[in-house]
Design a protein around this ligand. Sequence first.
Ligand SMILES: Cc1cc2nc3c(=O)[nH]c(=O)nc-3n(C[C@H](O)[C@H](O)[C@H](O)COP(=O)(O)OP(=O)(O)OC[C@H]3O[C@@H](n4cnc5c(N)ncnc54)[C@H](O)[C@@H]3O)c2cc1C
Length: 292
Amino acid sequence: MAEETETRRRIKQIEVMVSDAIRETYDTTTLVFFTGNDHLEYKPGHFLTIDPHQFRALERFTAYLEDQKGKKEPARAYSLYSAPHEQYLATTVKEETYQSGATKYPPLLSPLLVNRLPIGTKVIVTGFTGPYTLPDDIESRTDHVVHICAGSGSVPNMSIMKYALEHHPTIRHTFLYGNKTWSDVIYAKQLRTMQDAHPETLKVVHALSRERKEDPTQIIVNGRISRDLVSQHVPDPDGAEFFVCGPGITKWDRQRAKEAGTEPTLRFLESSLAILDDLGVKKQQIHNESYG
Ligand SMILES: Cc1cc2nc3c(=O)[nH]c(=O)nc-3n(C[C@H](O)[C@H](O)[C@H](O)COP(=O)(O)OP(=O)(O)OC[C@H]3O[C@@H](n4cnc5c(N)ncnc54)[C@H](O)[C@@H]3O)c2cc1C
């Protein structure tokens, strides 16, 4: 009950201004927001939401999609890349695509956020909430946090890791990050800098499924995040706490599978949870968030 009241108190609509739009990769942008004097209370891992109806540039597109879908377009959730101890508020957005024959409708909001939000744009955001957060008592639970992420699933984990490195310096981190190619890796530079700053407590492992890349100064493996990779870099899963974030099975995947009379193909999140289950990791040790 106390937690519910606390959440209600924290969630509010605020007007922020884009103070920077940093291109991270060819299809992702970090939006840094100026928040004025508003005191922002959030936990590492929380997300905010952005309602597409506020953007004039999307007006006709939103109305058309609502007619086609027969329902109101909801606000979209975006995890915070910034951490509570940092001066700025930021999220990183990946542009979704329209794939002819595979996706019935084109994506609505992410193309605008990634490509067409000039510095100075005012945006109404609602936040901050979500269960995927670093527990306050993390130090009494573990001394090893394992991050298993893919694509933009790294956004809340960066917030969690930045906060933990600052406030819980005895905890070590293993950051397993899956992407198709090196050009898809968000935060490549930031991860490198963080690793150099915390050589004893942070290990970053990149897994590239569609590219081979050699760099003797970093751990970069070819392939997806597999059971072998996890057990190689996390030989002590019993005592660790896991934060798993990335694409999961979407409602469209379920719909298509149902129509075809099959089961939806497991995506990153479900595969990663299956690996942890196979390694004997208990549910209480696992936090997960799906972007599906
Ligand atoms: C808790 C949470 C946190 C998140 N944090 C982030 C974050 O930090 N960064 C980030 O980039 N994203 C994040 N997301 C995802 C984000 O909320 C949006 O889903 C994403 O940006 C896409 O929104 P959109 O309006 O561009 O696309 P949408 O219009 O929502 O469409 C999404 C995708 O589905 C496809 N699609 C639409 N209709 C159909 C259909 N009928 N059949 C098949 N396919 C269809 C579209 O082509 C598109 O590829 C998060 C999601 C959640 C739930």
